[in-house]
Write a protein that binds this ligand. Structure first.
Ligand SMILES: [Zn+2]
Length: 93
């Protein structure tokens, strides 16, 4: 167990952080990649997520050259919505 790389309090708000498995999405140009089974720490206060150094390294490797050479574990269909024409401006005058 490496206590140094595992934060116990949030560096932003000093609340307790707890270990969790999270999912993260990474955009590269117009391509969206989803990475799941990511070990992280989540702050109970501000909900910020933190990764230890080894996880950060693994994500960086995947991000730099892994998406094209690694077989994804699964694929999902992602609905895309547009706000064009959907924004109702409240006029004050
Ligand atoms: Zn926090």
């Amino acid at each position: 167990m490496n206590a140094i790389s595992q934060p116990t309090v949030c560096p932003r708000c000093q609340c307790t952080v707890r270990p969790a498995q999270v999912r993260t999405d990474i955009w590269q140009n117009d391509h969206l990649y989803v990475v799941e089974d990511v070990p992280a720490f989540i702050c109970d206060g501000c909900q910020e997520q933190f990764y230890d150094d080894d996880v950060t390294d693994a994500l960086r490797r995947l991000n730099e050259d892994g998406f094209l050479s690694t077989v994804p574990s699964r694929e999902i269909l992602v609905p895309v919505y547009s706000l064009a024409g959907q924004i109702k401006r409240v006029r004050s005058n």
